[in-house]
Design a protein around this ligand. Structure first.
Ligand code: PRP
Length: 183
């Protein structure tokens, strides 16, 4: 779906498909340099990270393994509470593996903060986070996010995996949702 298909629902286009692809290329190049000579396992957090995982993985000029987790965070409405339940665990034993958790957005940081301590207890060789977008509140989280595409303002963004009531995930670009859609 193109931004033109839902033009009336968007205040603006924050990042186009081309800008996203370029950014993921930069992130992949940085990660490749950091992990030279090491096997990498990238772990996507369902469901929003599907697009980022697909494009990030293909931007690498080397092998990367992919695995997935699904978690549910209990919160009031759109805010997560930090109480997380694993709906689908990894199929991979990450002991002594170099693991990079990939998500499309960090909002409060509560989900990843919980996830990182859970995964760290499984004794990986290393554990880092890569996110395409990060909101301001996440800057105060106690978890270090090594790879960030863009820091964005605290706005309701959709597209490229990001949803509002399960819609807009298949929008090619990332845009700011117009208030009339959710209010
Ligand atoms: C989103 C996103 C992160 C989490 C970030 O997932 O993918 O996992 O919220 O929020 P936080 O930093 O405030 O914890 P969501 O729960 O919306 O599920 P989805 O990926 O299926 O859309």
């Amino acid at each position: 779906m193109d931004a033109a298909d839902v033009e009336a629902d968007l205040v603006n286009i924050l990042y186009t498909e081309d800008e996203i692809r370029a950014k993921l290329g930069e992130l992949a190049a940085t990660i490749e340099a950091d992990y030279a000579g090491k096997d990498i396992l990238i772990v996507g957090i369902l469901r929003g990270a599907v697009m980022v995982m697909a494009d990030l993985a293909r931007a690498f000029h080397r092998h990367v393994e992919m695995d997935w987790m699904a978690v549910s965070s209990y919160g009031s409405g759109t805010k997560s509470s930090g109480v997380v339940r694993i709906l689908k665990d990894l199929d991979t034993d990450i002991t002594n593996r170099h693991v990079i958790v990939v998500d499309e957005i960090i909002d409060t940081g509560l989900t990843l903060s919980w996830l990182v301590s859970n995964l760290a207890s499984r004794n990986p060789a290393s554990l880092e986070i890569c996110t395409l977008l990060r909101k301001p509140e996440a800057l105060s989280m106690d978890v270090d996010v090594k790879y960030v595409g863009w820091d964005i303002p605290n706005e309701f963004v959709v597209g490229y995996g990001l949803d509002y009531q399960e819609r807009y995930r298949n929008l090619r670009d990332i845009g700011t949702l117009a208030p009339h859609v959710y209010s």
